[in-house]
Design a protein around this ligand. Structure first.
Ligand code: CUA
Length: 158
C-alpha cells in the first residue's frame, strides 16, 4: 500500500466520486435519449424482419395519385434497393426510407431531401421534382468501407 498524505486521499476520493457521478449521469442520459428516434421518424419497423414487413417487402416506386408517387427505399451496406427511380416532371414523391443494418443517409443534392436511414425507423419526406433531369441520391452518413459507393439516382423525365 502506497503511503499518501491525508489530503491526497481526500482528493482521490473526490475524484473517484465525481467520475462515478459522471458515469451515472451519462448512463441516465443514454437511457433517455438513446432509443428515441429523431423527429419525423415515428414509424418503426423491426430491422431483422424488415424485408418481410410492408412496405419494405416490396421496395420501389408506386403511383398513388396523379403526379404523386411513393418511393419505398431500403438502404443497406452498401447500396439502396432500388437504386434508380424514374418519375415524370412535376411529380411529388413521398420517400419512405429505412436501413436493414447500420445508419445510412439519404441526401438528394439540389433538393431539400436529407434523411437519416436508421434501422428500426422509417424516415419520411415529401419532395416535388419540378425540373427534369437526373438527380443523384447519396449516403451522407459514414457507414463503413463502401460508404462512397452508396448512391443511386432519380430520373425526372420531361
Ligand atoms: Cu451508407 Cu454511408
Amino acid at each position: 500500500m502506497i503511503h499518501m498524505p491525508k489530503y491526497e486521499k481526500i482528493w482521490m476520493a473526490v475524484g473517484t466520486g465525481s467520475l462515478i457521478l459522471f458515469l451515472i449521469v451519462l448512463g441516465i442520459m443514454a437511457g433517455t435519449m438513446g432509443l428515441n428516434p429523431p423527429d419525423g421518424m415515428e414509424t418503426t419497423v423491426e430491422p431483422e424482419n424488415v424485408e418481410a414487413s410492408a412496405p419494405f417487402d416490396q421496395p420501389g416506386l408506386k403511383q398513388i395519385g396523379p403526379n404523386e408517387y411513393e418511393a419505398v427505399i431500403l438502404s443497406y451496406i452498401f447500396g439502396y434497393k432500388p437504386n434508380q427511380i424514374t418519375v415524370p416532371e412535376g411529380s411529388t414523391v413521398h420517400f419512405k426510407i429505412t436501413s436493414k443494418d447500420v445508419v445510412h443517409g439519404f441526401f438528394v443534392p439540389g433538393t431539400t431531401t436529407n434523411l437519416m436511414a436508421v434501422p428500426g425507423h422509417v424516415a419520411e419526406y415529401t419532395q416535388t421534382f419540378d425540373e427534369a433531369g437526373e438527380y443523384l441520391f447519396v449516403c451522407h452518413e459514414y457507414c463503413g468501407s463502401g460508404h462512397h459507393l452508396m448512391y443511386g439516382n432519380i430520373i425526372v423525365e420531361e
